[in-house]
Design a protein around this ligand. Structure first.
Ligand SMILES: [Zn+2]
Length: 198
């Protein structure tokens, strides 16, 4: 319990630190003084200790709240916000998210991290380097997959230049409403299939 170590005395927070030795160096004394200043803002309540996230009204941590907080602190909003798709498995969302950030372990990415790969050529076509954009967007095999999906979903042929374009495809007006849900699911799953089949 926090209350076992901190207590109020004359409207000030005091501590029962239980240290093996007192702070000695100037750095330690300075850090201790800063700790006491932080503790003065602590309000002790009755009940069990619990973790509380101040940046969200619910008091629970979530990634969305810290993203908005960081964006506000920097004064710039992110250029692209990845939308989590609840219709597909989490692992598929993760692959799509990592693909958009260029964080998939492609041969180019592995070689850039000094990991020994025999070749950085695409494992499917062998004509280009195996980057995220190539293996998911521009490789002949990937384009065949997107074409098959467009036929399956009965939407115009899918031509994109970036992974991000694929993730935003369902927003375009030429996609019929009924096909949007189907397309979201297939694009998400296919990102994982293309990445996972290397
Ligand atoms: Zn290829």
């Amino acid at each position: 319990m926090v209350a076992d170590g901190l207590f109020m005395q004359s409207n000030f927070i005091c501590g029962q630190w239980g240290w093996s030795r007192n702070p000695r160096s100037s750095e330690e004394v300075d850090e201790f003084r800063q700790l006491l200043m932080v503790c003065q803002n602590v309000v002790l309540e009755l009940g069990e200790d619990r973790l509380c996230w101040d940046l969200d009204e619910s008091g629970s941590f979530n990634v969305k709240s810290i993203k908005w907080h960081l964006a506000n602190e920097r004064g710039v909003m992110p250029e692209f916000i990845f939308k989590w798709n609840n219709w597909i498995p989490k692992k598929v969302n993760l692959v799509a998210w990592r693909a958009e950030l260029d964080r998939l372990p492609t041969r180019v990415a592995l070689a850039a991290r000094n990991i020994n790969v025999l070749s950085i050529d695409c494992a499917f076509c062998g004509d280009h380097n195996e980057s995220v954009e190539h293996i998911i967007v521009s490789c002949g095999l990937a384009q065949a997959v997107w074409h098959a999906i467009s036929v399956w979903c009965r939407v115009p042929a899918i031509y994109t230049f970036r992974v991000r374009d694929l993730l935003e495809l369902h927003n375009f007006s030429f996609i019929p409403k009924k096909a949007k849900a189907f397309l979201c699911y297939n694009v998400g799953c296919d990102l994982e299939v293309v990445e996972g089949s290397k």
